[in-house]
Design a protein around this ligand. Structure first.
Ligand SMILES: Cc1ncc(COP(=O)(O)O)c(C=O)c1O
Length: 308
């Protein structure tokens, strides 16, 4: 482990390393590269996903016997299904606010979280505000570590991969992977598929968060935007709105590999990956690791869009 990470306080929340699954049938169906799926849907905490690595460094309320308050913006599916059903079971205190996208990008949700934290402080509580996606250098550290973990697995299994394909939402997961790859000088190129931001904004956010995290970890390196790749062609009408490509990708991966992707993040990332294969960006000679960052519970909230 990177020495400055090994020194940090951490709680164990997930089962690591998560498996690498060889996706032979998916690969054959696409006539494309060798595809390895990094199974962070199988972390073992709260139905999996990429937040588990972040929360090992940030903390996770229920596992530490604390209360969780959530400030969420109203998405496409506000009914008690998918993740909202899980929060109901966890007895999370949920506040849903109606925002348009510009307010979301402008940080309104942070203002609302800080206001709630003030309210709780006045009641004598001691709140910790965790930004959406645990998007902080501490949270991102979990994914710096993941780059190290993936590389060790690839070496041990003699897999000659050259690419990591990852979903980009708030950019932290990609930023962590980029930092790990650069610091450890790994021969891997990270490709982000955005589900939210335009490419230029996502790239700037990867650069900012990777640089902030490098400082936090005392790693002497810095990123510039030209080093980072993010595609924004697969967002469709917007965040949380499914696309035909996303639904086809979910079905294809389920039917070839028995692995479920989600309709908001990994389904769109896989749709992008498939399109890039069709466009010749990846060929049969390449080996690509696709990061399955979880999100599966949302499938059940999107039944109307997905079911035939
Ligand atoms: C399932 C899933 N995949 C990917 C992401 C994107 O991660 P990040 O926000 O670190 O870019 C998220 C974020 O919410 C997610 O829930």
């Amino acid at each position: 482990m990177i020495p400055s990470i090994a020194k940090l306080p951490r709680i164990s929340l997930g089962n690591y390393p998560t498996p690498l699954t060889e996706a032979h049938h998916l690969s054959a169906a696409l006539g494309g590269p060798r595809i390895i799926i990094k199974r962070d849907d199988l972390t073992g905490l709260a139905l999996g996903g990429n937040k588990c690595r972040k929360l090992e460094f940030v903390m996770a309320a229920r596992k530490l016997d604390m209360e969780a308050y959530l400030v969420l913006f109203k998405g496409v599916h506000p009914e008690t299904q998918g993740n909202l059903l899980l929060h109901d079971i966890l007895d999370s205190k949920v506040r849903i606010i109606e925002l348009d996208l510009s307010e979301l990008l402008g940080g309104t949700i942070m203002v609302k979280m800080n206001a709630l934290a003030d309210e709780l402080s006045q009641q004598g509580r001691h709140p910790l505000v965790i930004p959406a996606g645990a998007h902080t250098p501490i949270g991102t550290t979990g994914w710096v570590n993941a780059a190290d973990e993936i590389w060790q697995q690839l070496q041990a299994q003699n897999i000659d991969a050259r690419y990591l394909v990852v979903t980009n939402g708030s950019s932290g997961t990609q930023a962590g992977l980029e930092l790990g790859v650069k610091y450890l000088k790994l021969p891997l190129k990270v490709i982000g598929i955005s589900v939210f931001n335009k490419a230029a904004n996502a790239i700037n956010e990867v650069v900012n968060m990777a640089n902030e995290t490098a400082k936090f970890l005392n790693l002497d390196l810095a990123f510039t935007p030209d080093e980072i790749t993010v595609y924004d062609d697969y967002i469709g009408e917007g965040y949380g709105i499914t696309t035909d490509g996303c639904i086809q990708a979910i079905r294809l991966v389920a039917q070839t590999e028995g692995i479920f992707l989600d309709p908001v993040y990994t389904g769109k990332a896989m749709a992008g990956f498939i399109d890039l294969i069709h466009k010749g960006k990846f060929t049969a000679k390449d080996t690509v690791v696709f990061i399955h960052s979880g999100g599966i519970p949302a499938l059940f909230a999107y039944d109307k869009e997905i079911a035939k």
